[in-house]
Design a protein around this ligand. Structure first.
Ligand code: NDP
Length: 313
């Protein structure tokens, strides 16, 4: 069994930033990177909205930089997934997929959220070439172009409105004949002349020789008057929800109905002493790297305070 003072689960901006803080505070830190070291940002292309990179930076480069910075202050990086946790008594115990058991005084959960995709082969084929699940990340590349957003919730309406400020035209592709979004978001979309809502539409595939040039749509799927046609677009944005990666805390820490970890307002504190949450796993609203990094910093500071206050440092 391995012992540490701080275990960080997750290798996005929240996890790495937390590790920079705990490392600099001289706290022995282990960081488990999960299946996709660097997290969601490694699936995006250019990051232009993280302060400090005036020319922009690739997501992969930025995560590499954060990783190196955390390593420099002593955080130990491990590959592996945490499969199980026992938070019923202190110190806490977790189990890694290779069978390793880790005992730790503090835990920072920074496991992120995973954007949901439709499950089409073409989403993989055109990943980074016209398919995105983040308008704030990638919308800028579609200035004066034609894009489509899939979904009918608040996220889809928000993404469509954001994209309408950049693109020439935005289609909102909604599978039902109504929007699920809040009234204010619905109104915002309805009032925007650049947004056209396609109710009762589903995307069945994409086409294009060098990136997305259009989508294969089906209208009124399963109805007697079902019909198919192709819609020329330059980009497809998925906004059909996110799934927070909070399975390991279930039964120990309260989450909301969507699975986001509930923290004390404005802090990374969970209901368990010494267990903190940072980044998208507890943030259904913003989902931005800079915000995740900020909450990771808070979690690192809280871990330090907790260890000192309990004579564990
Ligand atoms: P939601 O779960 O609310 O909405 C998902 C949307 O995607 C629904 O319209 C759903 O359709 C559609 N969808 C799901 N799967 C598919 C599929 N396979 N094919 C086509 N369409 C699909 O997720 P959101 O991310 O929009 O919101 C999550 C939570 O965050 C909500 O509580 C929301 O209110 C909140 N939020 C709040 C914001 C704010 O207040 N500013 C901003 C963003 C989110 P259907 O309706 O048919 O199920």
């Amino acid at each position: 069994m391995e012992k540490t003072k701080c275990l960080i689960i997750g290798s996005g901006p929240a996890g790495y930033t937390a590790a920079i803080y705990t490392g600099r505070a001289n706290i022995p830190t282990l960081l488990y990177e999960g299946l996709q070291p660097g997290g969601q940002l490694t699936t995006t292309t250019e990051v232009e909205n993280f302060p400090g990179y005036p020319e922009g930076v690739t997501g992969t480069q930025m995560m590499d930089d954060m990783r190196q910075q955390a390593t420099r202050f002593g955080a130990e990086m491990r590959s592996g997934m945490i499969m199980k946790a026992d938070f019923s008594k202190r110190p806490y115990h977790v189990w890694v997929d290779d069978g390793t058991e880790v005992e730790t005084d503090t835990i920072i959960i920074a496991t992120g959220a995973t954007a949901k995709y439709l499950g089409l082969e073409d989403e993989k084929k055109y990943a980074g070439m016209g398919v995105s699940a983040c308008a704030t990340c990638d919308g800028f590349f579609y200035r004066r172009k034609v894009v489509a957003v899939v979904g009918g919730g608040d996220t889809a309406c928000e993404e469509a409105s954001y994209l309408a400020g950049l693109a020439a035209k935005v289609y909102l592709i909604v599978r039902k004949n109504y929007l699920r979004a809040s009234e204010i978001m619905q109104k915002r979309v309805a009032d925007n002349p650049k947004i056209e809502i396609l109710f009762e539409h589903n995307v069945e595939g994409l086409f294009g020789s060098d990136g997305v040039e259009g989508a294969h749509l089906v209208k009124r799927l399963g109805q007697p008057d079902e019909s198919r046609y192709d819609l020329p677009i330059d980009g497809l944005f998925l906004a059909i929800g996110h799934r927070p990666n909070s399975d390991i805390v279930k039964g120990f820490i309260p989450t909301d109905e969507a699975g986001y970890i509930i923290t004390e307002a404005g802090t990374p504190r969970t209901t368990l002493p010494g267990v903190f949450a940072a980044g998208d796993v507890c943030d259904p609203h913003y989902r931005q790297a800079v915000i995740a990094a900020g909450s990771g910093a808070k979690a690192g500071l809280e871990a330090d305070r907790y260890l000192s206050a309990n004579g564990l440092k």
